[in-house]
Write a protein that binds this ligand. Structure first.
Ligand code: AMP
Length: 192
């Protein structure tokens, strides 16, 4: 079985937590562009220096940088049977780029799963996470900016996938286990 999935949803909706669980369950790698950027920032690479300029203020890293990084990652051997993308695509141009990367490989996306959550709830979650993890981009101003970027650029892409009949929406409010169960049910027909 293969599963080529993208996980959509606002910052703080629990995408990272759920992506790890789903990836384990489905036997495909979870690929988080945010995690790749953070690893590069920590490692002091050139990619990290570029990413930091943008991520520290809650802006999107330029598509040219992000798209090239994702194209490289999706060319690796461990994604032959599928992947779960967390945090990509994040705007309409990235949706097109993902189509093109997959088309070049003779592959196609199976499903986009959106975790829905109330903006006020996610702000609260992100501020709590800031206390625990100390992420530079979890301060209140930056969180609000990230939510604005999400509303303007990322939220509209759900419609693009919905128009293609590829969107499943799952309520992200509730216990982590319950949300995982909902997501697996939404992906269910693929996972069997
Ligand atoms: P995340 O952990 O997914 O919230 O990502 C953290 C930060 O990394 C974002 O606020 C952006 O600055 C950057 N980032 C992650 N994914 C992307 C993407 N697909 N396009 C542009 N920037 C991204």
């Amino acid at each position: 079985m293969s599963a080529r999935l993208v996980l959509l949803g606002p910052p703080g909706a629990g995408k990272g937590t759920q992506a790890a669980r789903l990836a384990e369950e489905l036997g495909v790698p979870a690929i988080s562009t945010g995690d790749i950027f953070r690893a590069n920032i920590k490692g002091g690479t050139e990619l990290g220096r570029t990413a930091q300029e943008y991520s520290a203020r809650g802006a999107l890293v330029p598509d040219s940088v992000t798209n090239a990084m994702v194209r490289d990652r999706l060319a690796q051997d461990d994604v032959t049977n599928g992947f779960l993308l967390d945090g990509y695509p994040r705007n309409a141009a990235q949706v097109e780029e993902l189509d093109s990367i997959l088309a070049d490989q003779g592959r196609a996306l199976d499903l986009a799963v959106e975790i829905t959550a109330d903006p006020e709830v996610v702000v609260e979650r992100l501020l709590k996470r800031a206390e625990i993890e100390g992420r530079e981009d979890d301060t209140e101003d930056v969180v609000r900016h990230r939510l604005d970027v999400y509303a303007e650029q990322t939220a509209p892409i759900s419609q693009l996938y919905s128009d293609r009949g590829l969107l499943a929406q799952v309520d992200g409010i509730g216990e982590v286990d319950d949300v995982t169960r909902r997501l697996l049910a939404a992906i269910g027909s693929l996972a069997r």
